[in-house]
Ligand binder design. Structure first.
Ligand code: SAH
Ligand code: SF4
Length: 386
């Protein structure tokens, strides 16, 4: 049973407010509402995000009666863990649950002295990329900032990486490449990333955060201006005809517009390149001609490629390209002057690799309208009106 359920089961007591996921200003206001001065917010922020403490009783820089008062009204909560699996190659995957019963997956890919946590932004996804397991789910709902930050904090709990290290970290990077399209839940993703980047808490630099988008063009500029995180773009095809099928949002924002948004992405330069992800699908997008066209298309954009061998999932009809075709593809990109590593898939045995994530959460009647509203609202933000 997760902590939320325990709290909810607590007879008639009013539900406690989760302090995780509040912005600094909101935390300060929440404390002001119970008569506490602004510096308490700073103290609590440090306990929650630097120390990783969840128990008010252990927050020893505050007086005992204050700790008790906080514990009466608030909680510092992580998502509940439905399941935790570690793959034969040491990738770890969690199925996390939230109080409303929805679930998402989060993955950690450790390397020698670093590692990336792959965080989800939505329950399901409204886009329907044909090669992606998550794309077979409908969008159930957006995750809140608390649920996004909470995934990363729970992953760090699992490795005991608290307090936030100032030097080398095992959980050193975040990639917004889990379930969902992060730019279609922009406000919550931005709020969560600001919390994670805050220098007095988790303090992860924007250079260690990568947001992957399937090409929600109207929000790309805003992401670069507001957050300055690294950008990864799921390109996957060199013609609109094919990309319309593989990544259907292409019908709304075709390759030309997507590349224009990449050209002007704030903060991208030769030292900080945009990553173009390209899933290798046998006989579909992996010819030498495709690779040559790719080199031509990206001329003038500071890019590097990430060639992802297609990861199969139950029921899918695509196949992964042959090794020799992937090598030929990479060689052509290399000859064109681009870095183009072929990713070694991690965590395939526990369905934790790129595009294999899915949870059993399903949209129930009534959530349909809400999901549509979310999609519409996300695309109607001021920055979207270009
Ligand atoms: N929605 C965002 C981020 C999540 S998907 C996006 O689409 O960019 C993360 C990456 O995995 C994307 O590049 C996506 O295209 C890729 N991907 C999806 N399904 C895959 C699969 N079955 N095999 C390999 N990569 C896949
Ligand atoms: Fe959604 Fe990304 Fe999967 Fe496309 S690839 S369905 S945008 S999660």
């Amino acid at each position: 049973m997760n902590t939320v359920n325990l709290v909810m089961a607590d007879t008639d007591a009013p539900p406690k407010t989760n302090l995780v996921g509040l912005s600094r200003a909101e935390l300060q206001q929440t404390l002001a509402d119970i008569g506490e001065p602004a510096f308490r917010a700073k103290q609590l922020w440090h306990w929650i995000y630097h120390q990783g403490e969840t128990d008010f009783a252990s927050m020893t820089t505050m007086a005992k009666d204050l700790r008790a008062k906080l514990a009466e009204q608030f909680i510092v909560e992580r998502p509940g863990i439905t399941r935790e699996q570690t793959s034969s190659d040491k990738a770890r995957k969690w199925l996390f649950n939230f109080p409303d019963g929805n679930e998402v997956e989060t993955v950690f890919i450790p390397e020698e002295d670093r590692g990336a946590v792959c965080v989800s932004s939505q329950v399901g996804c409204s886009l329907t990329c044909t090669f992606c397991h998550t794309g077979t789910m409908k969008l159930v709902r957006n995750l809140s900032a608390a649920e996004i930050v909470g995934q990363f904090m729970a992953a760090r709990d699992s490795y005991g990486e608290w307090p936030s290290p100032s030097g080398t970290r095992l959980l050193s990077n975040i990639v917004m490449m889990g379930m969902g399209e992060p730019l279609l839940n922009y406000d919550n993703v931005a709020k969560a990333l600001r919390i994670i980047m805050d220098g007095e808490g988790i303090a992860l630099s924007k250079r260690r955060i990568t947001l992957s988008t399937s090409g929600v063009v109207p929000l790309m500029d805003r992401c670069g201006e507001d957050l300055g995180v690294n950008l990864a773009v799921s390109l996957h095809a060199v013609t609109d005809e094919l990309r319309d099928v593989l990544v259907p949002i292409n019908k709304k924002h075709p390759i030309r517009d997507l590349l224009a948004a990449c050209r002007r992405y704030p903060g991208a330069n030769n030292a900080r390149r945009i990553t173009f992800e390209y899933v290798m699908l046998k006989g579909i997008n992996d010819s030498a001609a495709d690779a040559k066209e790719l080199v031509r298309l990206v001329k003038g954009i500071p890019v590097k490629f990430n060639l992802i061998p297609f990861n199969p999932w139950p029921g899918v009809e695509y196949e992964c390209s042959e090794a020799r075709d992937m090598k030929r593809f990479a060689d052509i990109l290399n000859d064109g002057g681009f870095s183009a590593p072929i990713r070694v898939p991690r965590g395939r045995d526990i369905l934790a690799a790129c595009g294999q994530l899915k949870s059993a959460s399903e949209r129930v009647v009534g959530q349909m309208r809400e999901a549509r509203r979310i999609e519409k609202a996300a695309l109607q933000t001021p920055a979207a009106g270009e």
